[in-house]
Write a protein that binds this ligand. Structure first.
Ligand code: UDP
Ligand code: MG
Length: 322
């Protein structure tokens, strides 16, 4: 039987500072796995350049020229982490038996790849890399990220706790993923929907090797909104519940007002009227905003725009590597 081909997909946005070190470590990992015979010599590292403004693509070209172990996909413009990752996965799945996705900044422990490949060889289709500790992340990042996972689950977007996009997927799992056509892409919510046998590998999350995070707070916030609204309609149901509750309060207020009127004390209550006007006005606007978010999503989905456009693919004929 021919050994399995592994592709490691790495989305990169302005990552020129870290690429050579990432390539060195991933290259060494592939070679060591090839020497044990667990993966075939056609295995590759696939860098996806997500419309970087710095010299990331030049760096990928250089790496590819030096060694065909490295290949690349250049997107036509910046499309964001999730779309870049999808572009890489869809390019790799035609050639690979298993694909691992990983960030470029080496925060994901490269040594967890061995355990993932072992699980694949045992017959697991999706292996999630789960962070056993986030001590290396800043306090702010850790608390906001953990609050994010809890909030997501309670709003109905079920995700694997403390799992980001470091995971192994088999070819048939990727074929499953290819059938999800949604434009509002939130991979870590979609992948668990694919099914098949899944397992978890724990790893310690390290610090970013160089450069800055490409996920500032506003991007994280919109990512969280994307996650919730693309996976679940629970927020709309909560709004309906809130509307019902406010209706009950209004009924009670009606009884109260009638009683006050009957006892002749009707002038009081300016403050409470003002507060209710503001509170209810605010709630209505918030509810409309949430519903608008879903309507906007529908609008985008109905257009069915492409999720990414590829400018160039660097690949080789799967010949021997140096
Ligand atoms: N990334 C990307 N496109 C973007 C933003 C980020 O491809 O528009 C990549 C980035 O190069 C990195 C990964 O997504 O490989 C995760 O980003 P980062 O490490 O900055 O996020 P953090 O770990 O701080 O959440
Ligand atoms: Mg990072």
């Amino acid at each position: 039987m021919r050994p399995n081909i592994l592709y490691i997909v790495v989305p990169c946005y302005n990552e020129e500072e870290v690429l050579s070190e990432t390539a060195r470590r991933l290259g060494a990992k592939l070679r060591s796995l090839m020497s044990t015979g667990k993966i075939g010599p056609q295995s590759r590292v696939l860098f996806v350049n997500d419309g970087s403004k710095d010299g990331t693509w030049q760096e990928i070209l250089r790496l590819h020229k030096e060694n065909h172990l490295f290949c690349g996909v250049d997107l036509s413009r910046n499309r964001g982490h999730q779309n870049a990752l999808l572009a890489g996965l869809m390019t790799a799945h035609e050639k690979a038996d298993m694909v691992i996705s990983m960030d470029a900044d080496l925060q994901d422990d490269v040594d967890a790849v061995d355990a993932m490949v072992d699980k694949y060889l045992e017959g697991v289709d999706i292996v999630y890399g789960v962070r056993s500790s986030r001590k290396k992340d800043s306090f702010f990042k850790r608390t906001t990220a953990e609050a994010f996972y809890r909030l997501m689950n309670c709003l109905g977007a079920e995700t694997v706790f403390n799992h980001a996009d470091y995971r192994l997927m088999s070819r048939r799992a990727l074929e499953g993923l290819a059938q999800f056509k949604e434009v509002n892409l939130f991979l870590r919510g979609i992948v668990p929907m694919i099914g098949y046998r899944t397992d978890v590998v724990e790893y310690q999350r390290g610090e970013r090797f160089a450069g800055e995070s490409k996920y500032p707070f506003h991007k994280m916030f919109s990512f969280a909104m994307e996650g919730v609204t693309s996976l679940s309609t629970k927020p709309i149901r909560y709004i309906a519940g809130l509307g019902f509750f406010i209706f009950l309060v209004a009924a009670a207020m009606l009884v109260y007002s009638v009683v006050r009127w009957a006892t002749g004390a009707t002038i009081m209550g300016w403050a409470s009227v003002m507060c209710s006007v503001w509170a209810i006005g605010g709630l209505i606007l918030l509810s409309l905003g949430i519903i608008g978010e879903y309507v906007g999503k529908l609008y985008l989905e109905s257009k069915g725009r492409p999720r990414f456009i590829i400018r160039e693919i660097l690949d080789d004929d799967h010949g021997p590597i140096s």
